[in-house]
Design a protein around this ligand. Structure first.
Ligand SMILES: [Zn+2]
Length: 132
């Protein structure tokens, strides 16, 4: 996927979630069609960690059921790096379970920013985030 399209509102929602959970990592799912996100779904980081996330499996299951019934697909996963980096970490590569766009939120110069990445074969490429 070359790009992922989000609304301002979805971006604000993810940033609010990341900032609420800091210094712990926040995580969630992005449901949509094609490359367009329709809904950001917040999830609980069961690991309660500042350096990794484990999505609550029950919430994840419910989210998948909701997507199925809404005709949406899982097209992205977002999580935060409250202490950086603003790119993919070795942990993200090791624990990446889905072939979807990974949106990483990190504070850069005191302001939360979002970047998208595609993780495959032990490495990653940037995916442009288009904000509508
Ligand atoms: Zn990460």
């Amino acid at each position: 996927m070359n790009s992922l399209t989000l609304t301002e509102e979805q971006l604000r929602q993810m940033i609010a979630h990341a900032s609420q959970q800091a210094p712990l990592e926040a995580c969630g799912l992005l449901a949509g069609r094609g490359s367009k996100v329709e809904q950001a779904l917040e999830a609980t980081n069961q690991a309660r960690s500042a350096s990794r996330f484990v999505m609550d499996p029950i919430e994840q299951l419910k989210a998948f059921e909701w997507m199925e019934s809404s005709g949406l697909d899982l097209i992205g996963i977002y999580h935060s790096h409250p202490a950086g980096p603003e790119t993919v970490s070795p942990t993200d590569i090791a624990e990446s379970a889905y072939e979807v766009v990974h949106v990483i939120l990190a504070p850069v110069g005191g302001r939360w920013q979002a970047r998208g990445f595609w993780i495959a074969d032990g490495t990653f490429d940037e995916v442009a985030l288009r904000i509508e």
